[in-house]
Design a protein around this ligand. Structure first.
Ligand code: NDP
Length: 283
C-alpha cells in the first residue's frame, strides 16, 4: 500500500512559518494584502476565493475582492489592474482565469506588475521560471509540486520525472522547476506516443491533464511517486483527480489523493507569495 502524500500537513507547515513572518511585518507597520480580481460568477472561482479568504484570515493577510461583471469591458478591467499596481497597500494580485472570451487574457495577465504577480501569470514571472531568475513568482501549483516532494522527503535530483500536461499553469513551469532541481524531465501531452510506457518508466509522475481518472494501473509501476494535480468532476459529479486512485494506490510507493493533495498546498504557496512580496517591498 502506498504512502498517501497529504497536502494538509505541507500547507500547515507553510502557514505556521507565514504567521511568524506576518507578525514580523506587522512590527514594521506592514500589513500584507492580496487583491483578487474575479470577473463573473463562476462557482469554482467563488469556491477557491472562499478558501483563500479563510486561510488568509488565519495567517493575518488582508484580502480585497474586486468583483467585476462578466460583461465588463477590457478598459475597465485594465483600469482595475492598474489601480492595484499603483496601490501601495496591496502586495499581491490574483486574477481568476479563464477570463470571458470578450477580454484579452494575455494582455491582462501581462499588465499585472511582476512585483505583485503572486499567481505567476505574467511573461516576466514565467521568464523567471524558465531562465532561473528571481523575477516575479512561479505559478503556485507548479511550485506546490516541489513543496509536496520536499516536505515528504522525496529526492528529485537525478530522478526521471514524467510530467503529463504542458500548460503554462502547471505542466511547463513544473517541468522547469524540476529541471532546475536536477531532475531529468520528460514533458508529455495529448500527442505523446506510447504515453503509458513513458509513464511506467518514471521515478516520479506528475499528472496535470484535467481528465477524470484517466490514468489507471497500466500507466504506473512499483516504487513510483505520483503527484495528481487534476481537479475534475466525474460523470456522477464526484470530485476526483486525473489518476484512478483506487487502482493505482496499491501499485506505487507514494501518491497524492484528490481531494486532500495538492489543492491545499497551492493556496498556501499563493499566500506565501503575498508575504514574500510584502517583505521584498520593505527591503
Ligand atoms: P489545460 O487544459 O490547460 O492543459 C491540459 C494539458 O494536458 C494539455 O497540455 C494537454 O495536452 C494535456 N492532456 C490532456 N489530455 C491528455 C491525455 N489524455 N494524455 C496526455 N496529455 C493530455 O489544464 P491545466 O494545466 O490548467 O490543468 C490541468 C488539471 O490540473 C485540471 O484538472 C485542473 O483543474 C488542475 N489544476 C489544479 C490545480 C490545483 O490547485 N490543484 C491548479 C491548476 C490546475 P495538449 O497540450 O496536447 O492539448
Amino acid at each position: 500500500m502506498a504512502q498517501q502524500l497529504l497536502g494538509g500537513p505541507v500547507a500547515e507547515a507553510i502557514y505556521g512559518e507565514l504567521s511568524e513572518r506576518v507578525e514580523a511585518l506587522r512590527k514594521q507597520k506592514v500589513h500584507p494584502r492580496l487583491a483578487i480580481i474575479r470577473v463573473g460568477d463562476d462557482p469554482a472561482n467563488a469556491a477557491y476565493e472562499r478558501t483563500v479568504l479563510k486561510r488568509a484570515e488565519t495567517v493575518g493577510i488582508a484580502v480585497d475582492v474586486h468583483e467585476l461583471p462578466a460583461d465588463v469591458n477590457r478598459l475597465a478591467l485594465y483600469a482595475d489592474i492598474e489601480g492595484i499596481n499603483v496601490d501601495a497597500r496591496i502586495h499581491g494580485c490574483l486574477m481568476f482565469r479563464p477570463l470571458p472570451s470578450s477580454l484579452d487574457e494575455l494582455t491582462a495577465c501581462n499588465m499585472i506588475s511582476p512585483h505583485k504577480d503572486v499567481d505567476g501569470v505574467g511573461a516576466t514571472s514565467l521568464a523567471g521560471v524558465f531562465m532561473g531568475l528571481p523575477e516575479g513568482f512561479a505559478p503556485c501549483t507548479a511550485e506546490g509540486c516541489l513543496k509536496m516532494l520536499d516536505f515528504h522527503g522525496i529526492e528529485v535530483r537525478g530522478k526521471h520525472v514524467v510530467v503529463v500536461g504542458r500548460s503554462l499553469v502547471v505542466g511547463k513551469p513544473a517541468s522547469m522547476l524540476l529541471l532546475a532541481r536536477d531532475a531529468t524531465v520528460t514533458l508529455c501531452h495529448s500527442s505523446t506516443a506510447d504515453l503509458e510506457a513513458i509513464m511506467r518508466a518514471a521515478d516520479i509522475v506528475v499528472c496535470a491533464t484535467g481528465n477524470a481518472r484517466a490514468f489507471g494501473a497500466s500507466c504506473f509501476s512499483a516504487g513510483q511517486v505520483v503527484l495528481d494535480v487534476g481537479t475534475n468532476t466525474d460523470a456522477d459529479g464526484v470530485f476526483c483527480g486525473d489518476v484512478d486512485f483506487v487502482a493505482v494506490e496499491p501499485i506505487v510507493e507514494g501518491i497524492t489523493p484528490v481531494p486532500g493533495g495538492l489543492g491545499a498546498v497551492t493556496t498556501a504557496v499563493l499566500l506565501q507569495h503575498v508575504v514574500q512580496a510584502a517583505e521584498a517591498r520593505e527591503r
